[in-house]
Design a protein around this ligand. Structure first.
Ligand code: C2O
Ligand code: CU
Ligand code: CU
Length: 511
């Protein structure tokens, strides 16, 4: 239900034919923006928001008046970072009104936790929500058991739990993140704002070009806009497709603007913390020089015009502006599929401006680092075993009016999640090649806890990863070394509604 649609007047940007070609009929104006309200009370505020003009409404020039901002940074010292994260309901300023969301210590995203290899990260989680929650350190290679990254443990309302993450001394540096993982409540809690960054820094961050760049964090989210906790939910169809929110934010801010100078080097760490939305990122007039993915650095910078970021995925990229101007950071339309013919509704996203870069002056572009990592660190180890996995959607969820209220089932190898069952028994030291097949009409980003993998088919060259998009009807092959740490944890679709609906399995790596 588009309530407020504003359309650009003539554009002074060069027409982007490739871009226009991707815009479906009837949506030729690529600067259009759609805003959909969440509830009745939100509606009035939205309509008010429409007339009082958001940053880009009514202009082909991206707005450049909302400053870029980042969450507070909590840095480790002497090998330890000890923090309290209180998951709570928060009132957030919103277009001259207030919206309700979930946050950590009053903010969404939560504070950025900055640690080093060999550190211990201690988090005291307090649950001030009305529902169970818990904490997961997405992408960290740490023990999944006991008081480590244990996603089977739940924290009831009013309770707390202490997590101790022992980050190995050889842990790769990069962008990781934390979010709740209490099965059944994850999509709602993450969508409403519970997420934050974990940054691991090491010597790679001291390479000259990188050390002298301006580091920025981009946490992309699309929360529901609501005036009460009741408005933070999603209906059956939205849960099956994977809920998408009412607005897209960067670090909780609508269309922030970065001001930089020609000749400077911008270094962006970007996290897709949305529960279902995909972003096809690009910056007007500038390639993104990728230097890292989910699991750390790649070996040399790779220039791309655009990059797809599925839920849970991260990139680190350099931007080397050389000309003055205002450049939009966009997410281009992407069709991640839908429920298939029978239920109708595809799921293509519209193009949206996420933020802007205002470049002052003119100059030659900053030089890029030549090499980041010893390429040997990206060598695919020989597999000792092969495994096949099938991601599927079925009618098993009581379509004919059963208890599950017409929900489809979302399965891995024909099963929905059962915390008591071990789906993948393997052993420490094994190196497995997984062929992940998606037989459904919708993309599913598969995520494995604890053990990063290399992609050998599908999106190879992307470095170490922990989340990989498996497009509808296609397959992807990865190699996973189960090294260093054993234990029992999960793998799942990172469209978090699918995870909540059961598209998750248990893996046990025996020592
Ligand atoms: Cu980011 Cu198991 O999750
Ligand atoms: Cu994870
Ligand atoms: Cu999925």
């Amino acid at each position: 239900m588009p309530l407020c649609m504003t359309q650009a007047e003539g554009s002074s940007n060069p027409p982007d034919l490739a871009l226009m070609a991707h815009v479906p009929d009837g949506k030729q104006e690529s600067r259009r923006r759609f805003v959909v309200a969440a509830g009745a009370a939100g509606l009035a505020a939205f309509l008010a928001g429409c007339t009082s003009a958001g940053p880009i409404d009514g202009s082909s020039e991206p707005a450049s008046d909302t400053p870029f901002g980042e969450p507070e940074v909590l840095d480790s010292a002497n090998g330890v970072l000890e923090v309290t994260l209180r998951a709570e309901i928060v009132d957030l300023p919103w277009r001259g009104w207030t919206r309700v969301g979930f946050g950590y210590n009053g903010s969404t995203p939560g504070p950025t936790l900055r640690v080093r290899p060999g550190d211990q990260l201690i988090v005291h989680l307090e649950n001030a929500l009305d529902d169970d929650t818990n904490l997961h350190s997405h992408g960290l290679h740490v023990s999944p058991e006991a008081d480590g990254d244990n996603v089977f443990a739940r924290v009831s309302p009013g309770e707390s739990r202490t997590y101790r993450y022992n980050i190995p001394p050889d842990h790769r540096s990069g962008l990781f993140w934390y979010h709740p993982h209490a099965h059944g409540t994850v999509a709602r809690q993450v969508a409403a704002g519970l997420a934050g960054a974990i940054i691991v820094v090491d010597g790679l961050d001291d390479i000259d070009e990188i050390a002298s760049s301006t580091e920025r964090l981009w946490i992309l989210s699309d929360p529901p806009v609501a005036d009460s906790v009741d408005g933070l939910g999603a209906g059956a169809m939205d849960r099956m497709v994977g809920r998408e929110g009412d607005v897209i934010l960067v670090n909780g801010i609508e269309q922030p603007s970065i001001v930089t100078a020609a000749g400077a080097l911008e270094r962006w760490r970007i996290l897709n913390a949305s529960s279902s939305r995909y972003y096809r990122l690009m910056v007007d007039g500038h390639p993104l020089h990728l230097i890292g993915s989910d699991g750390g650095r790649i070996d040399v910078p790779v220039a791309v015009e655009e990059i797809l970021l599925a839920p849970g995925e991260r990139i680190e990229a350099l931007l080397a502006p050389a000309e003055s101007g205002t450049f939009a950071v966009r997410s281009l339309p992407y069709d991640r599929g839908g429920m298939g013919g029978m239920m109708g509704g595809d799921n293509s996203s519209d193009e949206i401006v996420l933020g802007t870069v205002v470049v002052t002056g003119n100059g030659s572009p900053a030089s890029l680092p030549e090499a980041l990592l010893d390429p040997g660190q990206l060598t695919v180890p020989a597999a000792t075993a092969a495994r096949e996995m099938e991601l599927a959607m079925g009618m098993g969820g009581g379509m004919m009016g059963g208890d599950s209220g017409g929900m489809m089932s979302f399965t891995i190898d024909g099963e929905t999640f059962d915390p008591q069952r071990v789906d993948i028994p393997t052993t420490l030291g094994a190196v497995e090649e997984w062929t992940i097949r998606n037989s459904s009409p919708m993309d599913h980003p598969l995520h494995l806890h604890v053990w990063p993998f290399l992609v050998i088919d599908g999106q190879s060259g992307s470095g170490w990863k922990d989340t990989i998009n498996v497009p509808a009807g296609r397959e992807v092959r990865i190699v996973v070394p189960f090294s260093g740490i054993g234990g029992r944890t999960v793998y799942h679709c990172h469209i978090l509604d699918h995870e909540d609906l059961g598209m998750m399995g248990v893996i046990d790596v025996a020592r």
